[in-house]
Design a binder for this molecule. Structure first.
Ligand SMILES: Nc1ncnc2c1ncn2[C@@H]1O[C@H](COP(=O)(O)OP(=O)(O)O)[C@@H](O)[C@H]1O
Ligand SMILES: Cc1cn([C@H]2C[C@H](O)[C@@H](COP(=O)(O)OP(=O)(O)O)O2)c(=O)[nH]c1=O
Length: 189
C-alpha cells in the first residue's frame, strides 16, 4: 500500500515520519523531491532557485516524480510505502496551472501510480507564521505566508476532487496525538 503524507512547509511531516519509522519497521520510507540519486540533484537545483521559469520548475519536480516512481514506488508496491509528499504537492505548488492539466501530467509521470491513502497535515496561519520564523527559509518558503496558505487550500481542493482515501489532520495538535491518528488511518482496512 502506497501512503503519502502531505502538508505545506513546517506542517510536521518530517517529525511524524521519524516516529513512524519506529512504528512501521518494514515499511519503505521515501520522499519527493529527493527520493532518488537523480531526485536529490534535482531538489538542490530547485531549492537553490535556479529555475527562472515556473514551468521549468514544475517539470523538474515531474522528473523527480518520474524517477521516484520508476525506482522506488513501482518496485515496492507489494509493501507499505510511506512517502513525504507526492503528486498532490506537485499540483498544489504549481498554483498558476490548471488542475486537470496537472493531473494528466502527473498521471503520465507516475505511470498512473498514485497513493492509495493520503494524509494531509493542516496548519493554521498563526502556527505557520510561528514555525517559519524558527527556521532558515528556502527559495519556495521565501514566497511567504499567504502563498503557503493558498497552497494548503489547493492541496485540500485537489485531495477532495480525486477518489483517493484521505484524512485531514490538525497539525497544531500535540505530536503524539497526530501520530496516533496517522497510525490508525494507515492501519485501517
Ligand atoms: N505537532 C507539533 N507541534 C509543535 N511543533 C511541531 C509539531 N510537529 C512539528 N513541529 C515543529 O515544527 C517544525 C517543522 O516540522 P517538520 O517536521 O520539519 O515539518 P515539515 O517536514 O512538514 O516541513 C520543527 O521545528 C518541528 O519541531
Ligand atoms: C514534491 C514537491 C515539492 N514542492 C515544494 C515543497 C517545498 O517547498 C519544497 C521542498 O520540499 P521538501 O523538501 O519536502 O520541503 P519541506 O521539508 O520544507 O516541506 O518543494 C513543490 O513545489 N512541488 C513538488 O512537486
Amino acid at each position: 500500500m502506497y501512503v503519502s503524507i502531505e502538508g505545506i512547509d513546517t506542517a510536521g511531516k518530517s517529525t511524524q515520519l521519524e516516529i513512524l519509522r519506529n512504528k512501521f519497521k518494514n515499511a519503505i520510507f521515501t520522499k519527493e523531491p529527493g527520493g532518488t540519486v537523480l531526485g536529490s540533484k534535482l531538489r538542490q537545483i530547485i531549492l537553490n532557485g535556479e529555475a527562472n521559469s515556473n514551468i521549468a520548475e514544475m517539470f523538474l519536480f515531474l522528473a523527480d516524480r518520474a524517477e521516484h516512481t520508476q525506482e522506488i514506488i513501482i518496485p515496492n508496491l507489494d509493501k507499505l510505502i510511506i512517502s513525504d509528499r507526492s503528486f498532490i504537492s506537485g499540483i498544489a505548488y504549481a498554483k498558476d496551472e490548471n488542475i486537470e492539466k496537472l493531473l494528466e501530467l502527473n498521471r503520465f509521470a507516475t505511470q498512473n501510480n498514485f497513493p492509495n491513502k493520503i494524509i494531509l497535515l493542516e496548519l493554521s496561519k498563526d502556527e505557520l507564521i510561528n514555525r517559519l520564523s524558527k527556521k532558515e527559509n528556502d527559495s519556495i518558503e521565501k514566497r511567504g505566508i499567504d502563498y503557503l496558505m493558498s497552497i494548503q487550500s489547493r492541496m485540500k481542493e485537489v485531495i477532495k476532487s480525486i477518489k483517493i482515501e484521505h484524512i485531514f489532520i490538525d497539525a497544531g495538535q500535540k505530536i503524539e496525538e497526530i501520530e496516533k491518528q496517522i497510525e490508525d488511518f494507515i492501519n485501517a482496512k
